[in-house]
Design a protein around this ligand. Structure first.
Ligand code: SAH
Ligand code: SF4
Ligand code: F3S
Length: 485
């Protein structure tokens, strides 16, 4: 029987609401799952696919944790699953198209088994335009929830399963900070740790402040407790997560900043501390100093610049100039000379002139980044930039992206080549995706290393001599006996 009616849970997102910022203090609540849901998934399986950034990857670990506590078992075969969930990303049109394509491709499963639950969550669920489209066109989708109410999954899922109704519950604005949700981590050595949710920067092209709500920090005690516990459980690496981690603590008004948190996290003594993403805007000198001071704060920073032209930076709402960015870049290199810095760049912002684009190229040449993600600007409904007229044809934007790629590749190759003959610490994460006889791992600088070796090395930090730098990875040899000085 087709599930046509809506349940008592029917709440669509509203972009105007999601733009609003409330100055009320954000409460903290306990997310422990109610006993009555604990056996709902017995003998059932779930398939969960993630798109987008690290925040989404970590949300997926939480969703998986919730489902596994309800006794669902994970499968990587969609055709075997009772529940199919898509944790989506809305950052660019092509991110959304990938999701729509994949859901469409798998919709045939519903014909064989009408009891399957198809669910959508993540940033696309927060967009009213998308939810309307799904309600109209993708009628086989039974469940939609958003980024703010993941903890409501047991209630919403049980409603969809037992009452055979379509359940749509998306909160336009953030709710409380939910602690103690279960997590099924994808690694037992390297962990994501949320420190701040949301984003208040409102860069004019970006959808995130609408899909993730206002900036709200977790309490320092909860974060540091989580890191200590991870260390006790044998984790070697933590990555502190937020859309803009440098804004950490500002909403708590207790004079405890990102620099303080980073220092306290490093002092716990876990082998590797990372953080992502940093906006150049809130990056203060104290933070630069702490990064330089602690060896277990890893020598890699992702510092998105977006453009090398001041006029474009201004209309993007990035609140820094090219000169300010370069100054910060140099301070970081000085404080931690072995640091690798990577970046994000958008080409073809509305009306970007050739000269403005060439400023981005010249900034790249000046900074010689170790790597970069580069994108063609994609208009996002509801953002200020989407309302601008744009006189730059797509063909020109594609040529610019191509030109930028050449420069990015030149410097990333040089960055890998610098590692030749060095002995580096590598956290081995598992067999390589492409060749199961080779191991893969990451250096402190976050460069991929491929090495021959026994599976016993997995989940250890080992020393590797780099003998062949390649364009996208370092090939190395495991050094068996560490030479102690
Ligand atoms: N919070 C991070 C970025 C998160 S989004 C920061 O500001 O540093 C990741 C990247 O996607 C951005 O850095 C930007 O380069 C890109 N991006 C965001 N919105 C985009 C859009 N509308 N079109 C193209 N690229 C976009
Ligand atoms: Fe988007 Fe800007 Fe916030 Fe980054 S800082 S998430 S680019 S609005
Ligand atoms: Fe995408 Fe949402 Fe992350 S839009 S990049 S999944 S915050």
């Amino acid at each position: 029987m087709a599930k046509k009616d809506f349940s008592k849970y029917f709440k669509k997102p509203n972009m105007k609401e999601s733009k609003k910022r409330s100055y009320l203090e954000v409460e903290k609540v306990d997310g422990t799952i109610d006993n009555k849901f604990l056996n709902l998934g017995k003998f059932k399986t779930y398939y969960l696919r993630t798109y987008g950034c690290q925040m989404n990857e970590h949300d997926t670990e939480i969703i998986a944790g919730i489902l596994e506590q309800m006794k669902f078992k994970r499968t990587d075969k969609p055709e075997e699953a009772d529940i199919l969930l898509f944790n989506t990303c809305a950052i660019r049109a092509n991110s959304e198209n990938k999701v729509i394509g994949e859901i469409g491709r798998l919709s045939y499963l519903k014909k064989f088994n009408p009891d399957i639950i198809f669910g959508l969550c993540g940033c696309m669920s927060q967009e009213s335009e998308i939810v309307d489209k799904i309600l109209k066109t993708y009628t086989f989708i039974d469940l939609i929830f958003g980024t703010h109410n993941i903890h409501r999954l047991p209630i919403l899922l049980s409603e969809a399963m037992f009452n055979k109704v379509r359940v749509i519950e998306v909160w336009s604005q953030e709710g409380e900070i939910v602690e103690n949700l279960p997590k099924s981590r994808s690694s037992q050595k390297s962990a994501w740790v949320n420190i701040i949710y949301g984003c208040d920067k409102f860069c004019t092209y970006c959808i995130v402040p609408y899909t993730r709500g206002k900036e709200r920090s977790r309490s320092k005690d909860d974060i540091l407790f989580e890191i200590k516990k991870l260390k006790e459980d044998g984790f070697m690496e933590v990555t502190l997560l937020g859309q803009n981690v440098n804004a950490y603590g500002k909403d708590l008004n207790n004079n405890y900043t990102m620099a303080n948190l980073l220092e306290d996290a490093a002092k716990i003594g876990i082998d590797r501390v990372r953080f992502t993403t940093s906006h150049p805007w809130d990056f203060d000198d104290e933070m630069v100093e702490i990064i330089g001071k602690y060896d277990n704060i890893m020598p890699h920073i992702h510092l998105p610049v977006q453009s090398g032209n001041n006029e474009i930076l201004k209309i993007m709402g990035r609140s820094y100039t090219r000169e300010m960015y370069i100054e910060l870049f140099k301070k970081l290199k000085k404080a931690k000379p072995n640091i690798n810095i990577t970046t994000d760049i958008i080409v073809g912002y509305p009306n970007e002139t050739t000269k403005q684009f060439l400023d981005t190229i010249s900034l790249y040449e000046e900074c010689k980044f170790d790597g970069a993600f580069s994108f063609i600007y994609s208009p996002r409904e509801g953002t200020p930039a989407a309302k601008m007229n744009d006189n730059i044809p797509l063909e020109v934007k594609k040529e610019r992206l191509y030109e930028l790629h050449e420069v990015i590749n030149k410097y990333s190759k040089a960055s890998y080549e610098k590692e030749k003959d060095k002995i580096v610490d590598v956290l081995v994460i598992g067999p390589s995706n492409k060749n199961k006889n080779i191991l893969a791992g990451y250096t402190g600088k976050n460069q991929l290393v491929l090495l021959p070796g026994s599976y016993d090395l997995i989940d250890n930090i080992v020393q590797v001599k780099i003998d062949k730098p390649r364009n996208t990875a370092l090939l190395g040899i495991y050094i068996e006996n560490k030479i102690e000085e």
